[in-house]
Design a protein around this ligand. Structure first.
Ligand SMILES: [Zn+2]
Length: 295
């Protein structure tokens, strides 16, 4: 009896010593939640505080976030970090969120929609995403803010999903599932081959939309995230310089932008620059579309 107990203890010690950390501790999952691609969101009087439909929209946002959180835990997560990623980034109310998840709130942060991500995570999820600026079909299509006409990273035109995926790639953390309108899903698949897409609505144009029934949409998010997290495999971090080209819808922002070191005006409405890493480039892109005020 004493002998078999010793064997059990020995096997346990071996298990603790040799089973990789991931299997022992479970997965860490990062969820970035935007608003325009949330199930049920269908009009622009839902997208900012003070608008008549905003209170409803932030509840809908929490419901999609909760579906993703449930899926993440079912897929093997033991730690889930949610980053509010829309506008003021103060849309999600902690009391509406699944109590197992932590929440990052407020837009005054260096890495915006990706604040909090680092190489300790195992999977990234995008919830409520939308198509990039000037996409002909895509509900509320835009990139970052209304002033951006096009953003290119290393020569490829990207939206918010593509820009955020580039930061995840830097850390070697795979983006495994994206939810949003069908335009956002198509772009997500372009930026991240193999990503699971959950289309919760079909964009008829940039304003009209066909909504999937809410219960079905949330079920599909939960399932898509569960599968994505369960199958998540980290990749080698991709470091190296990043070349950015940012085209504006006006001439005032680029004029101010050239005040920054080594930012070049390559056309009256377009600036270009190179930075040593994606986090550095990300921070500057964010300043260039969000924190310039030429008035
Ligand atoms: Zn957005």
């Amino acid at each position: 009896m004493r002998c078999s107990r010793a064997i059990v203890s020995f096997v346990f010690v071996l298990f603790v010593l040799f089973v990789p950390g991931e299997a022992r501790q479970g997965k860490r999952v990062f969820i970035s939640v935007d608003l325009e691609g949330i199930s049920g969101v269908n009009a622009d009087d839902q997208t900012a505080a003070g608008q008549p439909e905003y209170a409803r929209a932030r509840k809908l946002m929490a419901e999609d976030a909760n579906a993703a959180i449930r899926g993440a835990f079912e897929g093997g997560a033991t730690d889930v970090l949610v980053n509010d990623s829309h506008g003021s980034q103060r849309n999600l109310l902690p009391e509406d969120l699944d109590p197992r998840a932590r929440l990052i709130s407020h837009s005054f942060k260096r890495h915006g929609m990706m604040e909090g991500l680092d190489d300790s995570f195992d999977a990234v999820i995008f919830v409520g995403y939308h198509a990039k600026a000037d996409a002909p079909r895509g509900l509320f299509a835009h990139t970052g803010s209304g002033v951006v006409r096009d953003l290119q990273i290393n020569g490829r035109s990207v939206g918010e999903g593509g820009m955020n995926a580039a930061l995840a790639v830097y850390y070697g953390v795979p983006v495994v599932t994206v939810s949003g309108d069908d335009g956002a899903i198509a772009e997500g698949k372009e930026s991240v081959p193999g990503v699971r897409g959950v289309a919760v609505k079909r964009a008829i144009n940039t304003r009209a939309v066909e909504l999937k029934p809410l219960a079905a949409a949330r079920r599909e998010i939960q399932e898509g995230v569960r599968e994505g997290v369960a199958g998540a495999r980290k990749t080698a971090p991709q470091r190296g310089p990043v070349k950015v080209q940012l085209q504006y819808r006006n001439f005032t922002f680029p004029e101010v932008a050239t005040a920054f070191r080594e930012i070049e005006l390559v056309a009256p409405d377009t600036v270009a620059f190179t930075r040593d890493s994606m986090p550095e480039a990300y921070r500057l892109i964010r300043v260039l579309y969000r924190f310039i005020n030429p008035d």
